[in-house]
Design a protein around this ligand. Sequence first.
Ligand SMILES: Nc1ncnc2c1ncn2[C@@H]1O[C@H](COP(=O)(O)OS(=O)(=O)O)[C@@H](OP(=O)(O)O)[C@H]1O
Ligand SMILES: Nc1ncnc2c1ncn2[C@@H]1O[C@H](COP(=O)(O)OP(=O)(O)O)[C@@H](O)[C@H]1O
Length: 637
Amino acid sequence: MTSYRPDALIASDISSYLRQHQNKSLLRFITCGSVDDGKSTLIGRLLYDSKMIFEDQLASLEADSRRLGTQGQEIDFALLVDGLAAEREQGITIDVAYRFFATEKRKFIVADTPGHEQYTRNMVTGASTADLAVILIDARKGVLTQTRRHSYLCHLLGIRHIVLAVNKMDLIGYDQQAYANIVADYAAFAQSIGIAAFTPIPISGFKGDNIAARSGAMPWFDGPALLDHLESVEVEVEAARTQPFRMPVQWVNRPDLDFRGFAGLIASGSVRPGDAVRILPSGRTTHVARLVALGGDREAAGAGESVTLTLVDEIDCSRGDVIAAADAPPQAADQFKATLVWMDGEDLLPGRAYWLKLATQTVSAVVRVPEHVVDINTLAKTSAKTLSLNDIGVTEIATDRPLVFAPYADSQDLGGFILIDKATNATVAAGMLSFALRRAQNVHWQATEITREAHAAQKGQQPRLLWFTGLSGSGKSTIANLVEKKLHALGKHSFLLDGDNVRHGLNRDLGFTDADRIENIRRVGEVAKLMTDAGLIVLTAFISPFRAERDLARSMVPNGEFFEIFIDTPLEQAESRDVKGLYKKARAGEIAHFTGISSPYEPPLNPEIRIDTTRCTPEEAAERIVEEIMGIWSPVL
Ligand SMILES: Nc1ncnc2c1ncn2[C@@H]1O[C@H](COP(=O)(O)OS(=O)(=O)O)[C@@H](OP(=O)(O)O)[C@H]1O
Ligand SMILES: Nc1ncnc2c1ncn2[C@@H]1O[C@H](COP(=O)(O)OP(=O)(O)O)[C@@H](O)[C@H]1O
């Protein structure tokens, strides 16, 4: 790097400075390594050498360095990066810190990610948007478990450019042989996990060797200095322009009746007015009419740019759809093989529905029991029933609607996704789609000639799903039975699903762990839905302790058909009834995961009907339910 002084140009000609700046390409990179490998020092050095530190920051850095005395009287560059007070106290970096700097050739955003084991999650966050990773190694220590773990994650997340920065060369006397040994060691490991190439550079972040310029201390090294490499490496956005055009639609811009524009960020390829495009998942084709960006109409735009397209034909296209090159469209599917990095303190619940966000699409998705979990220290695959914090697992995912996607290896934009807990809104996992399962494409909805309306009409009734929920012994079965008798007497066609006819048959394989209960209720929901399709009034009497699965069942039938009936009996009351003697056993520790005692019950927040069994008889409760679902209002019991 030459001695570039942005401040001089800013002072003399601000507009030409800004112009220059705007046309520069952007490289996003991350630094990873173990706790003391010198990441923060290296980033501080890069910022310092590129002169992007503001003077007041520099003054306080010098003062801090002297006060803390971490590096004698010299500037401690790590202090520039370790912004958080807690980090300074612990001497470790605990979250992802993003820094911006620029040289005359390029702009950079660097994510400094934590080194210790439990922070895989932060590292994944930093790595998911990076074009390049600088893997730091302490020359005195060589390739460590951490080095292997970070390299594996970087490769998994699709980072194509890896720099192996062998740091602290000054502390080993700039020893060429020691450096060569480390590079050879790393090369063997890199090959074993499929990293095709990497760029090794011997450096000293502290002394500045091979950072901004080639170091005189290592004349035997004939590669580039780190900054030269960062300035010249070709980034994915540039490469992405040569791929087929894809733009996930972020929103539909309709300021007046004459203009209907589809706005989004171009994920790959380029586009011009007149190009043939296909809208996915519908598959309809049309042509681009206009291309509008900040500043007016454009003749062309490419990957990384935000634009608004108008189409020649009035075609249905909304947020979440993808506009793609007509002759090379991406696929759409609803079942996938994927790799997940679990990032939440609560374990994965296989069978539970999570929100899955991919590009601008949000769908409901169910994750199956993982096929295996990868131990990233040994790369061994072990079997597992769930995923815990920082686990990396391979699993199948089913979505409730087709997703337009590309394998992550081909497109991070259309293959990378996150999972969100529907109740807490927390991001629980980051994932990468590998491929669509063939069976998703081969199973087609069979168009049935006798519709659900026809079934219901023949029975002369509206289908209903009466979903009873409550603790064991709350009175679900008793009341549901009475309701069904009354419906029968009224000439209605009904069916009662409860533990007796389901847990002994269809769900014989399930116990009472959270995962088993989720699967129990999911299956009951599916069966109940089919029965409502047949025109029946279906009653279900299961504890169904989790809101998420009750909501899932609700979402399976048309609006207005689902009645959540909360049999609200306090635990003390249910326990005192103890019809089957189960509470006594549970209290004695003879039954594990017993609802209300050692397993949670999440009461409904907004049930259609709430029955307080301490204030009415089963007969009265049943009477009220029948009146309410038949549309006759009666006073609250
Ligand atoms: N650990 C544990 N926890 C709760 N209940 C248990 C357990 N073990 C057996 N039982 C008996 O199983 C009945 C509950 O089954 P469900 O299918 O309704 O449960 S769930 O909805 O899957 O949670 C429940 O029946 P009800 O009393 O009719 O609710 C119990 O009799
Ligand atoms: N008001 C009431 N509503 C429902 N059940 C009641 C009521 N009062 C007493 N009970 C008794 O409580 C028990 C509830 O058992 P059950 O219906 O099997 O519950 P669940 O199906 O929820 O486990 C029955 O023995 C029933 O007679």
